[in-house]
Write a protein of this length. Structure first.
Length: 94
C-alpha cells in the first residue's frame, strides 16, 4: 500500500466528520493517540511488550496524521518524498 492510498482511504471514511471538527480539534485527538503510543512504547521498553497494542497505536497515529493532512490539504506522500527522498534528503537531523 502506498501512503497516498492510505490517506485516501482515511479521507473516504472520515473526512466529513473530521473536517467539521477542524484542524485544532482533530489535533487534540491526534495528541491523545500519540500519548497512547508513548505508553505502549514505554511498556515495550520496560520488557512488557504487548505487540498487538503497539501495532494498533502506531496505526492510530498514522490514521490521525493522515486525517490532519486531509483537513489541511497536504499530500503526505508528496511531502515525505519532497523532504526525505529527493535531493539527498534533509541536511542535519530531522
Amino acid at each position: 500500500m502506498r501512503i497516498s492510498e492510505f490517506q485516501q482511504h482515511i479521507k473516504d471514511r472520515y473526512f466529513a466528520t473530521d473536517n467539521a471538527r477542524g484542524a485544532a480539534g482533530t489535533f487534540v485527538w491526534f495528541a491523545e493517540e500519540f500519548g497512547e503510543l508513548a505508553r505502549a512504547i514505554g511498556k515495550h521498553q520496560r520488557g512488557d511488550p504487548v505487540s498487538e497494542n503497539l501495532r494498533e497505536e502506531f496505526a492510530d497515529v498514522m490514521a490521525w496524521l493522515a486525517t490532519l493532512a486531509n483537513i489541511t490539504g497536504v499530500d503526505l506522500e508528496e511531502a515525505i518524498r519532497a523532504k526525505y527522498m529527493e535531493a539527498g534528503g534533509p541536511k542535519g537531523t530531522k
